[in-house]
Write a protein that binds this ligand. Sequence first.
Ligand SMILES: Nc1ncnc2c1ncn2[C@@H]1O[C@H](COP(=O)(O)OP(=O)(O)OP(=O)(O)O)[C@@H](O)[C@H]1O
Ligand SMILES: [Mg+2]
Length: 332
Amino acid sequence: MIEIKELCKTFRMPDGRQITALSDINLSIQDGEIFGIIGLSGAGKSTLVRCINLLERPSSGQVIVDGRELTALKPKELRQARRSMSMIFQDFNLLMQRTALENVCFPLELNGLRGEAAWRKKRAMELLELVGLADRANSYPSQLSGGQKQRVAIARALATEPKYLLCDEATSALDPNTTRSILDLLRRINETMGVTIVVITHEMKVIDQICHRVAVIDQSRIAELGRVSEVFTNPRSDIARELIIPRDRAVLDTAGGRRIRITFDGSDAKAPVISEMVLECQAPVNILFADTREFEGVTHGHMIVELPSDPRQAEKLLVWLKNSQVKWQEEA
Ligand SMILES: Nc1ncnc2c1ncn2[C@@H]1O[C@H](COP(=O)(O)OP(=O)(O)OP(=O)(O)O)[C@@H](O)[C@H]1O
Ligand SMILES: [Mg+2]
């Protein structure tokens, strides 16, 4: 388990100014879960993940991994504790002069897991098989696509048999299909090898697809934390709402009327709510936004509709909504 307690991080700039990257962060990541950290650019996500493995030293607060407080460890103990964690990045960080296989061998050479060269090679080959790249073992990174490079990076990260895998925007440089396949691979690694995964991203779709829980970070603080299905269906903070339904969606801006957000939380998601409403009220509504997703086999969704401009028709719809089982609220 990774526990973060009252963690703060400030950077001092050369001109003496202080930048607060993280304030009073409290969270715990359970063994076996896929935990997401989402926020806009500059929110503090990378700083947080770098504090988890102490690449960055917190200004105050504690990082406790499997009961050991990392900030209190001596350098040698810290090196040892860090071995339980691996990291992957947006730009893959592969060694360009080494083949895929040699890249995967690299941490085995470094980490005192020396053994025979033949053993290292065999182990690296197994890992390349796991990520579906055995046939490209002798290719150099420059000969691989982005998705393939990230697969090599994942194989390399797993070489030391980490308990935790920290992923900082690991799919941000990839197209949607490749993103999906890399996320599927991470989920398989979580499920079959029991690796606890921390996923940093600015994209809600990444969180939806594989995370169990999510912390939403806004301006160096945790704005919201909970199960993904809960945060998605019932976002309480402005920032979570914005990440789920970006405010800049052109269609929302052009709509002048009163807007209602309808939330589906599983049981009724597939019920034809809107058509029922329109039929019963005999009033037209304009659907501005609709999005449904599956979490744990249950469909959840959001819909934003614009009320008719005729106040009597609008009132009729509001009365219908009030008398229905539907969860809704008027948008500001
Ligand atoms: N080494 C550093 N020195 C000074 N300021 C830093 C340093 N690292 C990060 N910061 C500042 O801390 C804040 C948080 O940065 P961080 O990189 O953690 O954000 P992020 O959420 O990862 O953003 P992005 O999505 O763009 O990667 C920013 O204001 C950034 O400028
Ligand atoms: Mg970052």
